[in-house]
Ligand binder design. Sequence first.
Ligand SMILES: *[C@@H]1O[C@H](CO)[C@@H](O)[C@H](O)[C@H]1NC(C)=O
Ligand SMILES: *[C@@H]1O[C@H](CO)[C@@H](O)[C@H](O)[C@H]1NC(C)=O
Ligand SMILES: *[C@@H]1O[C@H](CO)[C@@H](O)[C@H](O)[C@H]1NC(C)=O
Length: 515
Amino acid sequence: MQSKRYGVEMKIIVRLLIVLVLFTHTGDTDAARILGIVPTPSISHQVVFQPLWRELSLRGHQVTTITTDPIKDPTLTNLTEIDLHFSYEAWDKIIMKSVLAFNDNPITGILALLEQGLDITDEQLRHASLQSFLKSDQQFDLAIIESVTPAMFAFAEKFQCPFISMVSMDGFTSLYKSMGNPTHPVLFPDAIYPYDENMSFSQRLGSVISTNVMNLIIAYSSFSQDQLVKKYFGENYPSVDDLMGNASMLFVNSDPILHKIRPLVPTVVQIGGGSHLRPPKPLPHDLKEKLDNAENGFIYFSLGSNVKSKDIPMETRTTILETFSELPYTVLWKFEAENLPNKPDNVIISKWLPQQDVLRHPNIKLFITQGGLQSSDETIHIGVPIVGMPFFADQAANTKRMVAKGMGLSVEYTALEKNDFKAKILEELAALVQDQPMTGLERAVWWSEYVIRHKGAAHLRSPLLDIPWYQYLLLDVIAVLLFGFTFSVYILYILVRSLYRLIRRILNDDEKKLK
Ligand SMILES: *[C@@H]1O[C@H](CO)[C@@H](O)[C@H](O)[C@H]1NC(C)=O
Ligand SMILES: *[C@@H]1O[C@H](CO)[C@@H](O)[C@H](O)[C@H]1NC(C)=O
Ligand SMILES: *[C@@H]1O[C@H](CO)[C@@H](O)[C@H](O)[C@H]1NC(C)=O
């Protein structure tokens, strides 16, 4: 009897303990303090992160962001935004130069962007709002930092908190490498090269060379990033390469439907597949009326936020205008200036358009797009046929993949009239990309809170980071095997030669004896 009662009490105590442990454990992610840093003055970078800031703050976390595009939603009371919008002025001066240089050679384009981007980072770190933030004694449990400006990783070191590195595109080879994720120049070339799915020999050779050149350029640019860290954070900070190697996770904005299937270590999480898509909103009244009245339907033409239609070469613009004037459709063109000389009557221009809602309008026939990743995701989800007109960065590669998947054509103005796109394939693609256990946003939130709960993710660290490169490439093993093989062949040769000589000598002796 006594022992039975004892058992009941024990059970109650154990249950209480379990409840207590569970409570304090989940308590770890309760109202964490999260710092988000997205310094690139480009809306296509910012829109990928915005839903994450929104969601994390709605989950009760105190989120502070450093961004060029604050969400400015007063209902998000747990979100504090430090506004770096002024950076657009410098960005707008350099971006088109880089876009046009890209046409000659992707590496030149990226180099131009990296070099001039450095001045923008310098200007941002110098700005009073960041200076006073740096001097403040705030504390954070997690930082989520856009990967393209490595100097910003120093914020994680300053606040001594674990951090997640995040990109609004697929990651560069160097980023995957920094996480110890296997890379391969033929299977997974950098997103800036529009190589075919099955690469030819010259493409494979080109990819091996350019991937290595790109890695050198990024190593070189790390050097200038280090200077920025020293200037604004202090002399005794680790190098940006060391900081980067300390990332708990890498979020890449890719998904296995639009992007190539690739093996990923658990610290690399794909959050792509339209995480920035938001529920439909009604179009502005006058725009809605114009699109409703487009009798033959309309074509939406936008080159995105970085490629400015107003700055594309004049011949290209003329060709586009002539083509549009011959079309039976209304054309809605995102054009960044007040006036478009020689504008045909069927063309409507607007400096800014709510793209997702325009794509959802029932009268849309076609989207002529530069093939940026966010636009591509929207196209797949909403199911609009495309004509790709790539300019820059990963746009050509995205367009090529979309064309390969039957979503449309890449640019040939004659193709505009052939409007028989494969609606079935489109529907199928949308169904595939949406059929996942979690959305990209849910994955991003879940893994962010995971890093907060476990104060990093060192236990998931790729073993690739901890072995020397010659061991990964099996150079020592190959050397020993090669030596062993050569040595055996040599011994065999010596043996055979001795045997041969012996036999010859015996035969010779026999012959002599016979004589
Ligand atoms: C703000 O965070 C608190 C907990 O820290 C939470 O209770 C509240 O719902 C959050 N408010 C909003 C608007 O997200
Ligand atoms: C690449 O090669 C594979 C195997 O030969 C083939 O099934 C596939 O269709 C090819 N892809 C393209 C885009 O040609
Ligand atoms: C890496 O992070 C850990 C803890 O998060 C910290 O102690 C260490 O100093 C960091 N190393 C570098 C090179 O930043």
